[in-house]
Ligand binder design. Structure first.
Ligand code: FES
Length: 242
């Protein structure tokens, strides 16, 4: 791993006071184990304090640092400079905000509409089934939990929704659908039919093009498309039964 890289960052800027949008170029020297969020910080400290970006945990757990790098949505706090150069085969990175809500400033996006889509699908148990085991705790068989455990690692960074061909317009989005499918597969949930009717509604799975772009970009390596496919299959199964 080389110690230092000559990096060119072209960043899509937006100033809300003038409504002006432009691309600004920064050149910087960076060590291979710096992350992209470190580069934003370096720009702030050494070149341009006006560049605005988001990050919070800096450990790939909150999703707030998601941006598009050379068109690929990813977590800026996870991508090392050396890995970025290897991934794209160049030292030039075009950085844009993710596309799931209006841009507030530079790389900062208003995530309220995107979180609203997840929230509308109630990512919690809506109606608890009677506990057949008669214990204080609801026991779930490992095989049952296995069917949805992977999906519970989703951090709602909206990388999948950004990569989705259907976009956020009139579509609940892959992560929101997956959040609802977690509860469909959860043996404690009794409101399965209600959930499926929303998933098969006007903003639901019918918009999915099965491009699998969601799975390809997920920083947690969750097969998001699998859960969207399960939601579609539930619709097909229902049609066959009626
Ligand atoms: S800052 Fe939390 S995931 Fe990157």
């Amino acid at each position: 791993m080389s110690d230092s890289y000559e990096i060119t960052m072209k960043i899509l800027r937006y100033d809300p006071s003038t409504k002006k949008r432009w691309t600004q170029q920064y050149r910087l020297q960076a060590g291979g184990i710096l992350r992209l969020t470190d580069l934003f910080r370096k720009i702030n400290m050494e070149q341009d304090p006006s560049l605005a970006w988001n990050s919070s945990c800096e450990h790939g757990q909150c999703g707030s640092c998601a941006v598009k790098v050379n068109g690929k949505p990813l977590l800026a706090c996870e991508l090392l400079v050396a890995n970025a150069v290897k991934l794209f085969g160049i030292n030039q990175f075009f950085i844009e905000p993710i596309s799931v809500g209006p841009v507030v400033r530079d790389l900062i996006v208003d995530l309220e509409p995107a979180y609203g889509r997840v929230e509308s699908l109630k990512p919690y148990i809506m109606k608890r089934k009677e506990n057949l085991y008669g214990t204080a705790e609801y026991r779930i068989a490992p095989q049952e939990m296995e069917s949805y455990l992977e999906a519970t690692r989703c951090i709602n960074c909206f990388c999948c929704a950004t990569a989705c061909m259907s976009g956020p317009k009139n579509f609940l989005g892959p992560n929101a659908i997956m959040a609802s499918m977690v509860r469909v597969l959860d043996p404690r949930e009794a409101a399965t039919e209600q959930r499926l009717s929303v998933l098969h509604g006007p903003e639901g799975v019918r918009h999915c093009h099965t491009s699998r772009a969601c799975s390809q970009v997920c920083p947690k390596e969750i097969d998001v498309a699998h859960y969207v496919a399960l939601a579609k299959a539930a619709q097909t199964k229902k049609h066959r039964e009626t």
